[in-house]
Ligand binder design. Structure first.
Ligand SMILES: Cc1cc2nc3c(=O)[nH]c(=O)nc-3n(C[C@H](O)[C@H](O)[C@H](O)COP(=O)(O)O)c2cc1C
Ligand SMILES: O=C(O)C(=O)c1ccccc1
Length: 388
């Protein structure tokens, strides 16, 4: 086992010795605590989903419809519970990564730096959003291991600049999000008039980019409201012409593994793999883009089947616990991105809150794998069933 393997030891030692956690272990309790700390706008931004929020509900329901099938006496089970995985030829201590979350300055003043400081001690890589509140080069200094998530701008030279910057700054993979050509219909934000981008939030990578700046008459003003830079950002944010062929061009800019995030169909996954993509992140963006869309978990087996062993499949959307991670892995995910849960940890306690959520998720995953009689990477379709 790797030296991070005994995630549960620290949690139990703390409880035994009376060092009780200041944060709850249940997602819903932590969410409610965060709701008390954040202003309604930022809380609604994080918690909200598209339309009537049926996709987000479906993500949770999908987990409730699967059940784990422990095989307690499996031969060799006494050595089970290792969480290590190999992704793109690199060994990781666990299958957990932090999902890319934009505009974190509305959640905590230390934003991505706190995320990195919370993720490092538990060996969890950070997937950094293009819409981060800290320039990627500064996050690179703080994070032991990070991947870069690209929102493909309408300006290809800016896309190239972002990918080259991320590669130069030490990212280990590029994750192109394909489900956000524009933001979805988000009634909570619209009702509150909460549109952080108009106030320059989440623009650090853009405002610090030489290509982006070269398009402006005046230097961007941090925090500026409705400025030239803000309008340029809104226009540049996402390409409407993103296609499988366009994504393949990223190869000219980087040698890093390329993943595409936001895929929920086997046919689309197969096309992407044919075009040379190394990985697929099955995700519906936590239900934030289209109301009444397929639950990400229900799309996972189809994508795993379509991709076979030609690419790596990761998963997010609706993961709330270590047991959920185990279900996603049993259905074929090789790694899992955790989203909203750590954002609430960040809101309540900064880096320590992020660490609390990640450590608890990993501790539960480890205990679950051990009780299942397997290492996490060995979980397969025989380990889950549909609830009757
Ligand atoms: C507040 C918020 C901001 C997000 N920002 C991004 C982003 O910048 N880039 C991206 O690819 N996905 C973004 N996502 C989607 C997440 O990466 C992930 O797919 C989603 O949170 C998974 O759903 P869950 O948190 O309900 O598990 C965001 C999600 C939330 C909640
Ligand atoms: O809010 C989101 O879901 C999201 O993906 C996003 C998009 C642009 C900037 C910041 C976050």
């Amino acid at each position: 086992m790797s030296h991070f393997a005994q995630y549960q030891d620290g949690v139990y030692a703390d409880a035994t010795e009376g060092r009780l956690p200041s944060l709850p272990y249940h997602h819903e309790q932590l969410r409610d605590m965060a709701a008390g700390r954040l202003e309604p706008g930022p809380f609604g931004y994080v918690e909200g989903s598209a339309g009537r929020e049926r996709t987000a509900d479906a993500n949770a329901d999908a987990f409730a419809r699967y059940a784990l099938r422990p095989r307690s006496l499996r031969p060799g089970a006494e050595h089970s519970g290792d969480l290590g995985v190999t992704l793109f030829g690199r060994r990781y201590p666990s299958p957990l990564l932090t999902a890319p979350i934009g505009v974190l300055e509305q959640v905590h003043e230390e934003s991505e730096l706190a995320v990195a400081r919370g993720a490092n001690p538990v060996g969890v890589p950070v997937v950094l959003s293009t819409a981060s509140s800290t320039p990627m080069e500064e996050v690179a200094e703080a994070a032991d291991e990070w991947w870069y998530q690209l929102y493909w701008p309408s300006d290809d030279e800016l896309a190239e600049s972002f990918v080259r910057r991320a590669t130069a700054a030490g990212a280990s993979a590029i994750v192109v999000t394909c489900d956000t050509k524009r933001l979805g219909w988000r009634p909570r934000d619209l009702s509150l008039g909460h549109l952080p981008f108009l106030r320059s939030q989440g623009t650090a990578n853009y405002f610090s980019d030489p290509e982006f700046r070269s398009r402006l008459k005046a230097d961007p003003e941090p925090g500026g409201v409705f400025t030239e830079a803000v309008f340029h950002f809104l226009g540049a944010f996402a390409s409407k012409a993103l296609s499988t062929e366009n994504i393949a061009r990223i190869r000219q800019w980087t040698d890093l593994p390329v993943l595409v995030k936001g895929v929920v169909r086997g046919d689309e996954a197969a096309d992407l793999v044919d075009a040379g993509v190394d990985g697929i992140v099955v995700s519906n963006h936590g239900g934030r883009q289209i109301d009444n869309a397929v639950a990400a978990l229900d799309a996972l087996p189809e994508v795993v089947d379509a991709v076979g062993d030609r690419a790596t499949v990761l998963f997010d959307s609706g993961v709330r616990s270590g047991a959920d991670v185990a279900v996603a892995m049993a259905l074929g995910a090789q790694a899992v991105l955790l989203g909203r849960p750590w954002v609430y940890g960040l809101a309540v306690e900064g880096a320590a809150g992020v660490e609390h959520v990640l450590r608890a998720t990993l501790a539960e995953l480890q205990i679950t794998a051990e009780l299942m009689g397997k290492d996490a990477a060995e979980l397969d379709a025989s380990d889950v069933t549909r609830r009757p």
